[in-house]
Design a binder for this molecule. Structure first.
Ligand SMILES: [Fe+2]
Length: 270
């Protein structure tokens, strides 16, 4: 993919999101949240591409993936007024629909198109499927990391706002109680990713976000995570008694630091 092709997709994106701005103020705040998120995921993706020494072609494919990964969020919000996939539709599948409907990748070589579509399609799964058609998992893993690295920013911004100023769809409607669910605490203690279905409170959801630190694929991602201090900053927003959480947090931070030191190597099989 040449640079002008990527520029054209970016130009399309700018026009596409404009068509969702004709909405009430609360809706606009939610739409803008996703536009800003997309732009920042693109910026993170450039950092990861440089950090992992990607070629120009790989960097552009990764850039297109970043730009398109959440385009399903816009029709999702317009139709269902939520970003919760379980209450609406899978936003990654919707994104592929938007890509095809607007024929965004039609003039690219089929292999390139496949790489972008599969990375978009699988970016939000707890685990990418065992078998993919793409010749490499590189772009699936890159977008999953880049997405998480900006979602941490989005939520930290939201969590530090007074409740009435938060984008209504951002926190998935979970109550902001000073309680933790045992299953979420147990997953964190076992150094496992917390499942969204187990989250009953906003605290649980914050634990889920903290547990994502165990699910990045690249050393560059871990370095960025540590540089940005997302995990301790998220931990500071937890409400209530958190002794049980603190030990798990120390272990997670130690593991993140260990993975960040694997400079030049990735945990990704590409
Ligand atoms: Fe995203």
């Amino acid at each position: 993919m040449e640079q002008p092709r990527l520029d054209a997709i970016r130009h399309w994106f700018d026009g596409y999101v404009q068509t969702f701005y004709d909405i009430d103020p609360d809706g606009l705040r939610n739409i803008q949240l996703k536009v800003e998120h997309t732009r920042k995921v693109c910026a993170v993706m450039d950092l990861l591409a440089a950090g992992e020494g990607l070629s120009g072609e790989e960097t552009r494919i990764a850039g297109a993936t970043a730009l398109l990964h959440d385009v399903g969020r816009f029709p999702q919000y317009r139709r269902w007024r939520t970003f919760r996939d379980s209450d609406s539709d899978n936003h990654a599948r919707l994104a592929v629909e938007v890509i095809r409907e607007h024929r965004l990748l039609d003039d690219l070589p089929p292999d390139t198109c496949l790489l972008i579509e599969e990375a978009v399609r699988f970016h939000n799964l707890l685990q990418p499927p065992e078998k993919v058609h793409s010749p490499t998992r590189l772009f699936i893993q890159l977008i999953r990391d880049a997405d998480k690295l900006d979602i941490w920013r989005v939520f930290l911004d939201e969590f530090t706002l007074p409740e009435e100023e938060r984008a209504s769809a951002a926190c998935l409607g979970l109550p902001d109680l000073a309680e933790f669910s045992p299953s979420c605490l147990a997953a964190l203690a076992k150094q496992q990713v917390v499942h969204l279905e187990d989250c009953r409170t906003l605290n649980d959801f914050k634990l889920l976000q903290i547990s994502w630190a165990l699910d990045l694929s690249f050393a560059s991602s871990y370095r960025l995570l540590l540089e940005r201090g997302y995990i301790p900053r998220l931990a500071m927003t937890l409400h209530g008694k958190r002794d049980e959480v603190d030990l798990s947090l120390l272990e997670i931070m130690a593991e993140a630091e260990r993975r960040a030191r694997h400079s030049g190597e990735t945990t990704a099989d590409s």
